[in-house]
Design a protein around this ligand. Structure first.
Ligand code: IPD
Ligand code: CA
Ligand code: CA
Length: 254
């Protein structure tokens, strides 16, 4: 299955690269911050077409068209472009994120960093890889020496879940905090040790399904802000190299 997921991500990536920097239609979703482009839809359609031809009985959940239920144990969770704002504004940081679950457990995932042409892939129990090379989380055990990442939801103006206070707290404690604009890539950077940790107050299943397994298979941990186990529907996400997890939990308590 992982070969197919990689192939699908590659097909979607090709469509996205082709559209990058060109003229494309943009629509607003919930507000002016929350965009969907013609290319998000094209990418999603290509992914859906592939899955529905080859895995005819599987359930699918996508960002742009929602749930496609077929009564299967398998569920594909898809973000056709993670980082749409970056894509729409010409910033080359965005990805395709595809996770596969079986009976509520994530069993495989691929995040494709389109412009860097890096395929992050994982299967439950088999480790995490970047272009087939094994990756691991960082070894750092001091938040003060760490580089962290975060992101903000589209309703950030309402400061959901004290997003700004948490940002202030961890920005003061860490060496640096980055805000890339693609949650799936943030997870990958934790998985390969570039970032020591990543948190966000309100993610969706398609932002985190593949990334969660990538971080875990690379030796890290993904919980909520209190250290509790999460599922893909948990909005509050804290991913780290494990070693600074408690320090991040403390920093997020505000
Ligand atoms: C968004 C990105 C961003 C995160 C937002 C997500 P989208 O996904 O992952 O980094 O901060 O919370 O909604 O809309 O570009 O697929
Ligand atoms: Ca997303
Ligand atoms: Ca998206």
């Amino acid at each position: 299955m992982i070969k197919d997921i990689l192939e699908i991500a590659g097909i979607a990536g090709e469509i996205i690269r082709e559209g990058f920097g060109k003229n494309f239609q943009i629509e607003y979703k919930t507000n002016e911050k929350n965009l969907v482009t013609e290319i998000d839809k094209k990418s999603e359609k290509a992914i859906m077409d592939f899955i529905s031809k080859k895995y005819t009985t599987h359930n699918i959940l996508t960002e742009e068209s929602g749930e496609h239920k077929k009564n299967s144990d398998y569920l594909w969770v898809i973000d056709p472009i993670d980082g749409t704002t970056n894509f729409a504004h010409g910033l080359p940081i965005f990805s395709v994120s595809i996770g596969v679950m079986k009976k509520n457990e994530i069993i495989a995932g691929v995040v494709y960093d389109v412009m860097q042409n890096i395929f992050y892939s994982t299967e439950k129990g088999s480790g995490a890889f970047a272009n087939n090379k094994k990756i691991n989380v960082s070894n750092n055990n001091k938040i003060g020496l760490g580089v962290l990442a975060t992101g903000f939801p589209y309703n950030v103006a309402d400061n959901p879940n004290n997003a700004f206070e948490r940002f202030e707290s961890l920005t003061k404690q860490a060496r640096a905090v980055r805000r890339l604009g693609s949650a799936a890539i943030d997870f990958c950077y934790v998985a390969c040790g570039v970032f020591d940790g990543f948190w966000e107050v309100a993610l969706h299943p398609w932002d985190l399904c593949a990334g969660k397994l990538l971080v875990e298979e690379a030796g890290g941990i993904v919980t909520d802000f209190a250290g509790n186990e999460i599922d893909i529907f948990t909005p509050q996400i804290l991913a780290s190299n494990k070693k600074i997890h408690q320090q991040m939990i403390d920093g997020l308590k505000i």
